[in-house]
Design a protein around this ligand. Structure first.
Ligand code: KIV
Length: 295
């Protein structure tokens, strides 16, 4: 087995991620939003954990990613940070945190590092984000790009639709990827694009490409953890592989709890705390004296 390029003590770093591309080793990334899940993802050896703004949909129950705020994202980034020792923690910049003015955007990115403990931020968009990417990099914050099906553009796209299907769309996606690469992003998420286009972009850029619904030629793959676990309450997209049925597991456990409580089968004596025999005896004496006085 060849040595992992992930630096001392196995901590995943930005140079380690770049090195993985150079050594043709697949990069793994999952989203996570809370302490327990992040601990399991980290302990399983996943390279990067993205506190994605998909939080809005899979954790907070919104229809799309637009409503989630910087403060909400920070709250979850801190929980993830407390859990993760090895993986690279990336915070997703939510809608409107970088769309109005660049100074405010840099300030938000800084908050994710300073208050959230993130080691990098992600933002959506290609060529039009180049100046902003450079400013965030100037603040010493690594940036992950995200192009293709960018969920924050849901209204412009007219829904969550596969992108990059026409020649002009392919050309513009490629320009976006190259522009982000030149600006210095450390990786680029390619979401919802034909595998052939993702393969072409992956060949064209130095930054590792991380695919989601972009086929197998990307340098790495990311999935929303709730999709992988069947915990998102939506029909799974074509690109999702469900590795477990957490919804089934949780439903069965909850139904069993309900049935046991209703049948007085929970808790059992073994699941209860007990007084010592001596204290029980004293307590019984006191209670019988009280009963005698009441008569
Ligand atoms: O928010 C998110 O989960 C994402 C991934 C789908 C890449 O942006």
């Amino acid at each position: 087995m060849s040595a992992s390029p992930l630096s001392q003590a196995g901590k995943v770093t930005i140079p380690g991620i770049l090195e993985k591309k150079n050594q043709h080793q697949p990069i793994t990334c999952l989203t996570a939003y809370d302490y327990a899940t992040s601990r399991l993802v980290d302990e399983a050896g996943i390279d990067m954990i993205l506190v994605g703004d998909s939080l809005a949909m899979v954790v907070l129950g919104y229809e799309n990613t637009l409503p989630v705020t910087v403060d909400e994202m920070l709250h979850h980034t801190r929980a993830v940070r407390r859990a993760v020792k090895r993986a690279l923690v990336i915070a997703d910049m939510p809608y409107a945190s970088y769309h109005v003015d660049e100074k405010a955007a840099v300030k938000s990115a800084i908050r994710f590092v300073k208050e959230g403990g993130a080691e990098a931020v992600k933002l959506e968009g290609g060529e039009k984000r180049v100046d902003l990417v450079k400013r965030i990099l100037d603040a010493e914050i690594p940036v992950m790009g995200h192009i293709g099906l960018t969920p924050q553009s849901v209204h412009r796209m007219g829904g969550f639709k596969v992108q990059g299907k026409t020649l002009s769309a392919i050309e513009s996606l490629t320009r976006d990827a190259v522009a982000l690469d030149r600006a210095g992003v450390f990786s680029i998420v390619l979401e919802g694009i034909p595998r052939e286009v993702a393969a072409m972009i992956t060949d064209e850029v130095e930054a590792p490409t991380i695919g989601i619904g972009a086929g197998p030629a990307c340098d790495g793959q990311v999935l929303v953890i709730n999709d992988l676990l069947n915990l998102s309450f939506n029909p799974a997209a074509k690109f999702v592989r469900q590795y477990a049925d957490a919804a089934g597991l949780i439903s069965n456990a909850v139904q069993s709890f309900k049935a046991d409580v209703e049948a007085r089968l929970f808790p059992s004596d073994g699941e209860s705390y007990h007084l010592t025999k001596e204290t029980q005896a004293v307590l019984e004496t006191i209670r019988s004296r009280k009963r005698a006085m009441m008569r």
